[in-house]
Ligand binder design. Sequence first.
Ligand SMILES: C[S@@+](CC[C@H](N)C(=O)[O-])C[C@H]1O[C@@H](n2cnc3c(N)ncnc32)[C@H](O)[C@@H]1O
Length: 292
Amino acid sequence: MRNSNAAKATLSTKTFERLRALVQKHAGIDFPDEKKYLLESRVKPRLMAQEVPDFETYADRLEQGDTRELANLVNAVTINETAFFRHPSQHEALEDTIFPELVRLHQQGRSGPIRLWSAACSAGDEAYSLAILIREALGPRHTNMEYEIVGTDIDTEVLEEARAGRYRKRAVRNVSQARLRKYFDRSGETFVVKPSIRDMVEFKPLNLTKAQDMRRMRNFDLIMCANVLIYFNDTSKKDVLRGLYRSLRPGGYLFVGGSETLGELEVPLEPVRHEGALAYRRPTNGSVSSRA
Ligand SMILES: C[S@@+](CC[C@H](N)C(=O)[O-])C[C@H]1O[C@@H](n2cnc3c(N)ncnc32)[C@H](O)[C@@H]1O
């Protein structure tokens, strides 16, 4: 009975404002007025799962501090579209220029492992793409070189998928046949990342808009933060960029989505063009000023 009420529930403007404030506060994700329908359709299944009859009761529950349901809400509203080798020109830049440079620097005695971070990694496609590329860049000659690859996301459900490493055909559509054979086990229409690649990546929950989470991430040679800043408002986007800047080691690179630009930057990241790909580099003498 209650479930059938939830199925018919509609989201009033007032409750939309309450729910979008919660999503903004806990995930940084912005739902402008014209996206009310999207929030409504994403949240409605939560009403049914929680057996609450309407959006108002659901908002009350969240505002009273139901942290488990807040996490479910965040999982429900994130957009998780992703794919392996999603931005071919960026991956060419990594393959041709950036990874060989990192390998050379580490061969020349730069201390510590090569550190790569797929920030907002969704189901792990991007993090495993990095693992494949760095494995190829290191080659058999550099087996003693240390590296760390981390994939993080706010959505705990996609992180489970990432750890399982199982993908449908659509996710691997940009992967060459040679790489598919080498790095995946095929089972019908499912492609499973081989343990040798899966073991290279660690997946953990992280909220890019939480300073406390970001402080744990330091000294990265490369951060991929693609197709997530677009969901944040200007203030959150600037905060996240400051955090990412601090997470890069001097000389480290940041990539955002293939068609995203960062606009006017408050942090001293230098745009660097690699053929069709735009990277942002933290200068080697770049300090973290009080503004940054
Ligand atoms: C469209 S996917 C992008 C995935 C991948 N980076 C790519 O470009 O293919 C956006 C991801 O950002 C994550 N996300 C949204 N808000 C976030 C936040 N505040 N902190 C961390 N991840 C967040 C979502 O859960 C989702 O998996």
